[in-house]
Design a protein. Structure first.
Length: 323
């Protein structure tokens, strides 16, 4: 008799066959830019904190909610899933299990799933991308913190996952989800999965849809070249980051936040992680491109015991002024 791991493996292998590990960390270690305001730069450097946001509270309505909801609906509508089960009792068992996993994630984990958005940055770029300045860098009045991912240690058991975002149209994303549902149905038949083991198929499919939901976006955002760090609470059963759960009150009202403290965290980061080690450079926006601004930001860093970073401050030479 096959073990659960042996029964699970065909589903895992098939559903993740299109995921290219070579595209993600630690196989890729690019420079990643975080465009933000000067006030946020000051807060990050003062507190050694990077704030993660819940994707369900973000401006893009097609974040986590889109993928998860589409996955559920595609599964419930699927004739191939129903046919693969063979009879109503097996079908009901599978549906109840999949919906149960979905509801468990929605009720237990979705609220404390957090992401921070970054943009792939060319190592020779000292100006930043104008579209990113306009969209996220306070319309040129902000700063871009350039993080060097090569300074990060890889920990397979970490609740933080770092990977690039993949882009596709709404129609193609729906098509991808349907194809994964169909693959799952085919494997249920092919592997002759016993009724009491149907939960393995449901679990494998939900996990793949969840990852897809977190790391895909509409192709209209493709120029952002986004990477994401995602905190997945289900990967943190010991609650190693739970004390960093917090909130913020802003224009959108109150929102949950993960105030990630950049420093050594057992089982999550390297023992020598620090903001000074991680930051490659800080680029001031094109509307702040003056020696006075550079000098002021350098003073701010020195006042926050980050004098080592002061020499890594540069000003964008892009001829753009927001005012």
């Amino acid at each position: 008799m096959k073990t659960d791991d042996e029964l699970y493996k065909p589903f895992y292998d098939a559903l993740w066959a299109d995921f290219v590990e070579g595209d993600a960390f630690p196989n890729q270690k690019p420079l990643l830019a975080h465009y933000t305001s000067i006030s946020t730069l000051n807060a990050i450097m003062s507190n050694d904190e990077v704030w993660f946001s819940n994707p369900m509270f973000m401006n893009d309505v097609e974040e986590l909610r889109f993928g998860m909801n589409e996955g559920l609906q595609a599964f419930l509508r699927s004739d191939t899933i129903k046919a693969a089960c063979g009879d109503e009792q097996r079908y009901k068992t599978l549906v109840d299990t999949f919906v149960g996993y979905y509801n468990h994630f929605a009720e237990e984990y979705a609220f404390d799933t957090y992401i921070v958005c970054l943009s792939k940055h060319d190592q020779h770029d000292t100006d930043g991308r104008l579209s990113m300045w306009r969209g996220y860098g306070n319309n040129g009045d902000g700063a871009a913190i350039i993080f060097d991912v090569s300074k990060l240690a890889y920990n397979e058991s970490s609740p933080l996952v770092l990977a690039p975002v993949h882009y596709a149209s709404t129609a193609k994303r729906r098509q991808w989800i349907t194809s994964k549902v169909d693959e799952t149905a085919m494997l249920i038949q092919q592997e002759d999965l016993p009724t009491n083991k149907l939960y393995l198929a449901a679990h494998a499919l939900l996990q793949r849809v969840k990852f897809f939901s977190l790391f895909t976006k509409h192709d209209g955002f493709q120029e952002e070249q986004e990477w994401r760090v995602v905190y997945m609470p289900e990967r943190d059963p010991e609650g190693r980051l739970k004390e960093m759960f917090n909130y913020a009150v802003g224009p959108q009202g109150i929102e949950p936040k993960l105030r990630f403290k950049v420093g050594p965290i057992e089982g999550v980061t390297a023992e020598d992680l620090s903001m000074t080690k991680l930051v490659d450079r800080i680029i001031l926006g094109p509307s702040l491109s003056s020696q006075l601004a550079v000098t002021a930001v350098r003073r701010m860093l020195e006042q926050n015991n980050k004098g080592e970073l002061s020499e890594r401050v540069v000003a964008s030479s892009t001829p753009y002024r927001a005012r």
